[in-house]
Design a binder for this molecule. Structure first.
Ligand code: NAD
Length: 442
């Protein structure tokens, strides 16, 4: 099959994909709006432009990334030249979620194709309009045995997982991630699991509170909070609480107006099931801002919640919606008690002017990735690995790393025949002393 070995053909297919992606960009933007009123600005910023940039970057670098890479040989193998060869895994299954339904489906597909694999993509059933356009773009670009889209819900996903794959790339929730890992284990199929978690956002006493509020409001309420790396809860130094809440309120109003429901810049909750799940997390007496909901429109206002009880419902699992609990801390010990109560999160955000505090937080806690004095934007740098750790995921991708994710790295020693050192061969006789000396010297 030409795509396995022919890099020029893979590149040609990616260029064809780029043309089709550009041709259907407006259709994708419309579909995202129909699926859950994703604003066009957010659709372009976080979905379509990201896909285009990933494609361009991959097209530009595919030759370099797929070349065998020379590494320094070991003196033990003298004389040799050593290389890492990139080999496609073979048949790849990609299962995607609904929250960034275009980008989180397309980006892994682009890299899997670049690395020479066959791809079956299962997009989310919760964004049918977007999945439809996705399927059209893929069908227009690839022969079905090279890449195809299989649409459907949990049953289809389960059927696909029951088959044997050479690699599975899953983006979604922790519970389904465990199902995927179990299915992969049957055939010892390698997996990438891009999952979620409860992402802490810490605001200390040195933070620029106004700017922190602005950046947190943006990162939390973009996509109506339905972002895997959105700040899940705030931990603000107790003396800063009142002032910080005032800034948060101002920034929400500045972004979405006094009635966010009428703002063209605010998404809806994906479906009634998630709307109900989220509204059940709201305890009215704890709401300090927002709290309005409308079932008929799957609407929930950007909502601030004063929280002090780690046992309350909202502090149990990933929120994945526009509800922002605000907790306070007085000491590093408080921070530790709260953060370490949860599994390792996908991201952590630290707002501070205190460099030592920031370094200490990075060193002391395990999390996928994050930012100092910002939220979410680490996603946008292709030179940074993106992925979780522990329950928030296995593996990381983006940029050249994505190509590596979908390639087996084959180590090869190319031995020369002009010299054959006798040391390693039996009979060993009195070679032990010499080899010991030699190995010590190494
Ligand atoms: P989900 O796990 O419910 O669904 C993801 C995919 O798995 C969908 O295609 C769905 O059809 C399929 N699926 C659902 N149940 C299944 C089952 N029982 N067996 C087999 N397949 C099944 O996730 P979601 O609701 O689409 O997305 C939200 C979750 O995804 C959040 O937890 C979020 O944090 C996480 N997420 C993570 C990232 C990341 O990059 N780490 C990105 C986006 C979303």
């Amino acid at each position: 099959m030409d795509f396995k070995t022919n890099i020029a053909y893979r590149k040609e297919m990616l260029i064809k994909l780029l043309n089709n992606v550009l041709l259907h960009e407006n259709e994708i933007i419309d579909a995202l709006y129909q699926d859950f009123k994703k604003p066009a600005f957010e659709a372009v910023l976080t979905e379509t432009s990201y896909v285009v940039s990933e494609l361009k970057d991959t097209i530009k670098n595919i030759k370099k990334w797929s070349k065998p890479k020379a590494v320094l040989p070991s003196i033990l193998n003298f004389p040799s030249r050593d290389f890492i060869y990139k080999e496609p895994y073979g048949k790849v299954l990609i299962i995607a979620p609904w929250n960034y339904p275009y980008q989180l489906a397309m980006c892994p597909l682009i890299s899997a194709i670049a690395a020479g694999n066959q791809v079956v993509l299962k997009p989310s059933e919760l964004t049918p309009k977007t999945s439809e356009v996705l399927a059209k773009i893929i069908a227009l670009t690839f022969r079905p045995e090279h890449a195809s889209v299989v649409q459907g819900g949990v049953d289809v996903s389960k059927e696909l997982l029951a088959q044997r794959w050479d690699y599975i790339f899953f983006t979604g929730s922790v519970p389904v991630g465990k199902i995927v890992a179990a299915a992969a284990a049957v055939h010892l199929t390698p997996v990438t699991l891009e999952l979620g978690g409860k992402n802490p956002c810490i605001v200390d006493e040195t933070a620029n509170l106004k700017l922190a509020a602005k950046r947190i409001v943006w990162g939390k309420f973009i996509n109506a909070g339905q972002t895997c790396i959105a700040p899940d809860y705030i931990l603000v130094q107790k003396d800063m609480k009142e002032q910080f809440i005032k800034h948060l309120k101002e920034e929400i109003t500045a972004a979405y107006g006094l009635t966010p429901k009428t703002s063209p810049d605010y998404s809806r909750i994906i479906n009634l099931k998630n709307w109900s799940r989220l509204t059940e997390l709201i305890e009215p007496d704890k709401v300090i801002f927002g709290g309005q909901t409308d079932e008929s429109d799957c609407y929930i206002a950007p909502t601030l919640i004063a929280e002090s009880n780690l046992d309350s419902l909202i502090m149990q699992d990933e929120i994945f919606g526009p509800l922002l609990p605000i907790l306070t801390y007085a000491s590093n010990a408080d921070l530790h008690t709260i953060i370490s109560r949860y599994e390792k999160p996908l991201s952590m955000y630290i707002f501070t002017e205190n460099k030592a505090f920031a370094s200490q937080m990075i060193a002391n806690y395990s999390f996928g990735g994050g930012c100092i004095n910002d939220t979410v934007v680490h996603f946008s740098n292709k030179r940074l690995p993106f992925g979780g750790v522990g329950h928030s995921g296995i593996g990381a991708y983006h940029g050249s790393l994505s190509f590596d994710v979908f390639s087996h790295s084959k180590g090869i020693v190319k031995k020369a025949n002009w010299l054959d050192l006798p040391m390693r061969y039996a009979p060993y006789g009195d070679k032990l002393k010499t080899i010991r000396k030699f190995l010590k010297w190494l």
